[in-house]
Design a protein around this ligand. Structure first.
Ligand code: FES
Length: 122
């Protein structure tokens, strides 16, 4: 594990979702109140980039594609969502947003759909 600088805290206005490159992959940073969180960039439902689809209202981050939602600070699912957000441990230090990154966090997609298709044609 190692702490990596993601961006300056001033790069992320409140209630916005911004994407940044770290090593050879991307993460998103969200800000709610004075708190920052670092998440993988993709929606856990389908491979949509949350920096383009997500809306933050109050304590909820919602993907506008199919309205899955999460607590913006914990990543716990709310409403229609069926999976929590994966998250990187986050801290703010000397005006920078830092994330504790061991490896890129990725969601698995399509397993249920593949199984359903196989069942249907058997
Ligand atoms: S792609 Fe985000 S909710 Fe469906």
């Amino acid at each position: 594990m190692s702490w990596k600088r993601i961006c300056a805290s001033s790069d992320v206005p409140e209630n916005t979702v911004k994407k940044f490159a770290v090593d050879d992959f991307n993460v998103i940073v969200v800000k709610s109140g004075e708190e920052f969180r670092v998440y993988p960039p993709m929606c856990p439902h389908m491979e949509e980039s949350l920096d383009e689809t997500a809306i933050i209202e109050g304590q909820t981050l919602t993907c506008s594609k199919h309205l899955w939602g999460w607590d913006v600070l914990t990543g716990q699912m709310q409403g229609l969502a069926e999976r929590d957000l994966l998250s990187y441990e986050t801290k703010c230090e000397d005006g920078d947003v830092m994330a504790n990154i061991e490896a890129e966090l990725l969601y698995e997609y399509g397993k249920e759909d593949d199984d359903d298709d196989d069942d249907f044609f058997d």
